[in-house]
Design a protein around this ligand. Structure first.
Ligand code: ASP
Length: 235
């Protein structure tokens, strides 16, 4: 999503587009529509010249094992929770993190942008769409306020319109980035028993990365500054 124009593009339910985030950008730039799903999304991406791969391109032994564990416990699991991980002692084994990727950015001209890409929750039902491709739920950017990318229990981020709620609280409620994101993650998402977090940057360049899950792989940097990375709550 481009915060300058509120232009946005998304795809969902795809299994052959090598880089779905590039397809989302093509939707934003080259289509009058906002969201394509399934076969239509695959066809649009192919017309736009994006690389197509066999579905097993995305298959890895780690993901297969993770799915088997989720199937046997009859759970739908998140990468940010220990339940999703291996039998390793580390509940969030960094070698086994392959989940949602989000990015938010502010440029020198004050333009904000956000992007979110995911394989979704492990052991979800076929046809289920999460928050990531839904504008205002898992992703939002508006130059007037903030750029946000979410990760976590998609259904709860959809029900709370989490990403847009951060922007709305700042715009209509005069809340700071810190207050708005803390309310969304630690009050609203938490109250509906959602797990996860978000990354956000406001129009002044303030960055926050709140989460209520066991951990969230995250990092940020300012031009010319140190790169900060962390996984757990206290790191
Ligand atoms: N939010 C994603 C979904 O619900 C999952 C995730 O972020 O790990 O599909």
């Amino acid at each position: 999503m481009d915060g300058r124009t509120l232009d946005v593009g998304a795809v969902a339910g795809v299994s052959h587009i090598r880089n779905p985030i590039l397809a989302a950008r093509k939707v934003m730039e080259n289509s009058p529509h906002v969201l394509f799903i399934g076969a239509g999304a695959e066809a649009f991406a192919a017309e736009q010249g994006l690389e197509r791969v066999a579905a097993d391109y995305f298959s890895t032994p780690e993901r297969w094992e993770q799915l088997q564990r989720a199937l046997s416990s009859q759970q739908m699991v998140l990468d940010h929770d220990g339940a999703a991980q291996s039998h390793s002692d580390d509940p969030l084994d960094p070698d086994r993190k392959f989940g949602t990727v989000g990015a938010v950015a502010l440029d020198l001209q004050g333009n904000l942008a956000a992007a979110t890409s995911t394989g979704g929750m492990t052991n979800k039902q076929v046809g289920r769409v999460g928050d990531s491709p839904l504008v205002g739920a898992g992703c939002y950017a508006n130059n007037a306020t903030v750029a946000v990318s979410c990760t976590g229990t998609g259904e709860v981020f959809i029900r709370t319109l989490a990403a847009y709620d951060v922007s709305a609280q700042m715009e209509y409620g005069g809340r700071s980035l810190q207050q708005a994101t803390a309310n969304v993650i630690h009050d609203k998402v938490q109250e509906l028993e959602g797990s996860g977090g978000l990354i956000a940057i406001d129009s002044h360049g303030n960055v926050v990365l709140p989460f209520n899950s066991e951990g969230m792989y995250r990092g940020f940097a300012y031009v010319g500054g140190e790169v900060e990375v962390a996984i757990y709550r206290d790191s």
